[in-house]
Write a protein of this length. Sequence first.
Length: 352
Amino acid sequence: MIKVGVNGYGTIGKRVADAVVAQPDMELVGVAKTRPNFEAEAAVRKGYPLYAAIPERSDAFREGGIDLAGEVEDMVMASDVVVDTTPSGIGAENRELYRQYDTPALFQGGEGADVADVSFNARANYDAAEDAEFVRVVSCNTTGISRVIAPLEEHFGVEKARVTLIRRGGDPGDSSRGPINDILPDPITIPSHHGPDVNSIFPELNIDTLGVKVPATLMHLHSFNVTLESEPTAEEVKDVLSDESRLFLVPGTAGIDGTGKLKEFAMDTGRPRGDLWENCIWEESVSVEDDDLYLFQSIHQESDVIPENVDAIRAVLGRETQEDSMELTDQRLGVGLESVFDGMRKRLTPYQ
């Protein structure tokens, strides 16, 4: 069994912890929190061992009636790998702690690429993470772009990609972020940081990205224009994309015309927290003009990187091949969303 510690138990950390528990080859050592808030209580309710991320605050947990399993150093020592899901910038500060105990660590996309030996996307460069000391699982947007680029590159070749990202202002529970009533070019300059980040996965890819921030919380929306090296039909592109378990082609028949209905669909199917681990590509948007491909997709920023973190755990320890790890992760989480309008549903709920 792979012993996994999760440092940070917020939006990503709590989902990673649940995903680790669902894996047959992994054991959750515990989770680390900075303070005894409602998320710490949620960890206790699930029976997850809780560690103090800041040792000096240990007494605050005890005063709040929460028994600790120890301090974060204890968790790191007991783990084969640590998944760091702390806020941006904190992960880089934690790196020396993991190195001190010779424990490989995974960081999230909010950290700079220089925090790790390799930036990771399971579909695109799984093998690059093997034996790495530190691995960075790229951001939700970079993950979403990479999942599309990989099969397009393999089947049709990619001459140039242009992606406009319409980004949510903040997560549903993050009341400190905006905009509240505005639409902001973010950044005003080109490219946005997403293009260079995608190049950390595909170094040779010619890609331009633009970013726009809007007053929404549910998901991100991407507008793709990809110039291909060949001239497939739209149906041929759809066939390739539909074969990818982490891409969900939303059928027009479903009447899902935006991110709000996507989230409602996820909740209606029984997805935990209404999570969408897959890229949601509107099937009717997939069109090809000569060698130019166009499509719209939405990315659930709270959950699409969760399968990638699970795969990165196996990759860094060299435990499974790319194909076997992704298949196991998808099976145990329930990744592989399909609409009833495309046939029988598959894996809509987590493995029981």
